[in-house]
Design a protein around this ligand. Structure first.
Ligand code: GLP
Length: 252
């Protein structure tokens, strides 16, 4: 029986500002790499992660961490964008992390946004790599994780999904003016994410406060996909004070 694990309270860390929260997450990832140099990391995109990756690169340049043994799996990719499109998550990862560290590019994976049929292979590849040791997550303003939008079932695996008009509107800032945000994406599922041995979620800014409160203190419900994280036995939530503002109980 493992049911007792499902009620483990998350480790909630609240920091005064976003930079300090990002630093904590970067240090946590670096510690994971030092403890297990061949770690399998689940990686995320989004504006919240840019500062994390910047601080990780600083740690790498200072000799504090190596990524030579890293295997990684990104959460998601837009459907139909070529990998070299500047707005693809593949381009984001190269620009903000992969091109700036000593990782082996052949072990850095993203879902194939041009081949949703390969989603099952992505699941297989994660399993063959031994599963994800540490999954990095952001959170959408509507409670999405990866691109698991409201309505996503807890049992979902990597698959093609529709993006909500709201998500496309928010993410339009990452695309050149006048360019359409793709209406679909390939994302790891909720079950894929929950299978990770440890999860660290970063939320910064007031726009995330409602989603964080719903995720941690609301019912576990597909209406807020991040609420399914409540069932994970090793969950760390990292917020700045603005993102934690609507939590009834928060810890430093
Ligand atoms: C995206 C990603 C998510 C990310 C979220 C929040 O579009 N698919 O993985 O967590 O939106 O992004 P941001 O950090 O920019 O608010």
């Amino acid at each position: 029986m493992t049911t007792s694990q499902t009620n483990t309270a998350p480790d909630i860390r609240v920091f005064a500002d976003a930079a300090t929260a990002e630093r904590f997450v970067a240090e946590h990832i670096a510690a994971q790499m030092r403890t297990k140099p061949d770690s399998v990391l689940g990686l995320a995109t989004g504006n919240s992660m840019i500062g994390v990756y910047r601080q990780l690169i600083e740690l790498y340049r200072g000799g504090g961490v190596s990524f030579a043994g890293l295997t990684s799996f990104n959460l998601d990719e837009y459907f139909g964008l070529p990998a070299n499109d500047p707005s693809s998550f593949a381009s984001y990862m190269r620009k903000h992390l992969f091109d700036l560290i000593d990782a082996d590019p052949s072990r850095l994976h993203l879902p194939d946004g041009n081949s949703p049929a390969a989603a099952a292979e992505y699941e297989d590849l994660i399993a063959k790599s031994g599963g994800i040791d540490l999954q990095l997550l952001g959170i959408g303003r509507n409670g999405h994780i990866g691109f698991n939008e409201p309505g996503s079932p807890q049992s979902s695996l990597t698959r093609l999904v529709d993006l909500t008009p709201h998500t496309r509107e928010v993410n339009a800032a990452d695309f050149p003016p006048g360019t359409e945000v793709p209406p679909q994406a390939v994302t790891m599922g909720i079950a894929t994410i929950l299978a990770s041995r440890q999860i660290i979620l970063l939320a910064t800014g007031a726009a995330k406060a409602e989603a964080i409160a719903q995720a941690l203190e609301g019912p576990m419900d597909p209406a807020c996909p991040a609420s399914f994280l409540q069932g994970h036995p090793d969950l760390i939530i990292v917020c700045d004070t603005a993102a934690a503002a609507l939590l009834s109980v928060s810890e430093g």
